[in-house]
Design a binder for this molecule. Structure first.
Ligand code: TMP
Length: 232
């Protein structure tokens, strides 16, 4: 897997696709293969980015203007690229990032933001630091939704321990995006599936409704074939 040094990989996709679990297992496997791996998440991953993440996801977004929402995602990303991603790539490390501009192309486009305008903002935010490969872990919204509701409450930092008696309390642990309606998530998925060919960097769709070990094998085989240079 030596060819993966200095490569930038992104895992993205609809909520409940298992990015966190797959990302953790993939990072471990890549590290065991001798690579120096830097894992990060978008939005967040830096001090200022984590504060922006909290503004975006811990509150009700209903009153937030879509431009404000989109700019905040881009602002967090600009910081992440400058502070973490670019230095890691320059040092020959493999960067594995949980979401990136591809997510804005799916979620904020589903909320009405123009796709080309998102790409243009993206170029301003990250310059030429686009992923060598974005893997979309695809799940239908019903599967994703079931997985999200099964998620242990402590699977995210800052959430209280699981209380089996309180469905309402558990619902509160859904982030602002997860609380958006079913039609929104159908459109998010359609936008992800339309990315190959539209997004200015390589994107592949992987069926993430399969068992996690199988998803991991598919990703591993794909990564062995990764030779493309960074795309502007
Ligand atoms: P996460 O749960 O995968 O960490 O992502 C947080 C939520 O933010 C998720 O529902 C997707 C959403 N999101 C956007 O709406 N736009 C973006 O650009 C990114 C990166 C995430």
């Amino acid at each position: 897997m030596d060819g993966l040094r200095g490569k930038f990989l992104v895992l993205d996709g609809p909520d409940g696709g298992g990015k966190t679990t797959v990302g953790r297992l993939l990072a471990r496997r890549l590290t065991d293969a001798g690579l120096s791996v830097v894992q990060c998440r978008d939005p967040g991953g830096t001090k200022v980015g984590d504060r922006i993440r909290s503004v975006l996801l811990d509150f009700d977004l209903a009153s937030m203007d879509i431009r404000c929402e989109t700019f905040l995602f881009m602002a967090s990303r600009a910081q992440l690229v400058t502070e973490i991603i670019r230095p890691a790539l320059t040092a020959g490390k493999l960067v594995l990032c949980d979401r990136f501009i591809s997510a804005t192309c799916a979620y904020q486009a589903a909320a009405g933001y123009d796709f080309e305008a998102i790409l243009s903002l993206g170029r301003q935010a990250v310059g030429t630091t686009w992923p060598d490969l974005t893997i979309v872990l695809d799940v239908p919204p019903d599967v994703g939704s079931v997985r999200i509701h099964r998620r242990p409450d402590d699977s995210r930092s800052g959430t209280p321990p699981h209380d089996a008696t309180s469905v309402t309390a558990r619902a509160k642990h859904l982030d602002a995006m997860e609380r958006r309606p079913r039609e929104f998530h159908d459109q998010v998925r359609a936008n992800f599936l339309a990315l190959p060919g539209r997004y200015p960097a390589p994107v592949e769709i992987v069926d993430a409704s399969a068992p996690v070990e199988q998803v991991l094998e598919t990703l591993w085989e794909r990564l062995k074939r990764l030779h493309q240079p960074n795309c502007p």
